[in-house]
Design a protein. Sequence first.
Length: 308
Amino acid sequence: MSTTDAGLIDVPSAESTYRTVDGVDLHVVTAGEPGDPLVVLLHGFPDFWYGWRHQLPALVEAGFRVLVPDQRGYNLSDKPQALSAYRMGRLSGDVATLVASEDEDEDGNQETAHVVGHDWGAAVAWDLSVRFPDVVDRLGIVNVPHPTVMERTLKTNPRQLLRSWYMFYFQVPGLPEWFLSRDDAAGVASVLRSSSNPGAFTDTDLQHYRQAYRRPGAARGPVNWYRALFRRRDDPPRERVEAPALVIWGDQDDALLPEMADRSLDYCVDGRLERFPDASHWVHREEPERVNEVLLTHLEAGDEDRRE
């Protein structure tokens, strides 16, 4: 066990651990007291667990147990080479197994979790909620539409197709990996700066990201998520989300049309949308206090329902 990575945030209970899921060793930062209500935070591209550094302390202070994995292919987690390792069902299966790796509660019930995701992590969270609905208590989504909405919008709206140009670029062999890794991982820093508002990432933040992408094979895993989406399609068995869902959306996202946020609620039995008109794709970094406020209100309501 190492505390080096968890030491990037000022949370006394945080520690770096490893858990084996589906034959893959995932690096997981844990924090909070075992037995407290569980929250799993899922990062996207080109992020790693550190992307939730503003949310993790607030959740622990509010009395939650928090698990924040480096998803497979990222940072300190294993990086399988085969595209089949990045099928959506396996990605959401990782999270289901991770939740199950927590101890049963005092009544012997299998652990469930609130699940919150951003970017690709949100795509995994959507999929988890319909593929493994019994795992998810409450769902939090940050700036990614429901997968059906994304697919239909790509097929019918040329503006979204144009904004999604990078998804096709990532299909090119070798070039995306070179771009991200070039010049001591300067490519990763440029992606983060260009997709966010000024101040979202400090110089220190960017150094941590560049360090993560200096690891051997660090760029290939994240890019393979995009390749598997095109070449190893893995649709869930249903579309409707039963868990109460909160969609948080920064309207200045330069990759995703804001109207997709509203349409995503059509696939939620109980869905609510919170818009941030001035925020970018990285809303949880740019307006962390308000994001934490609405997120905690959503998650704490679920624990009140469970106690009743």
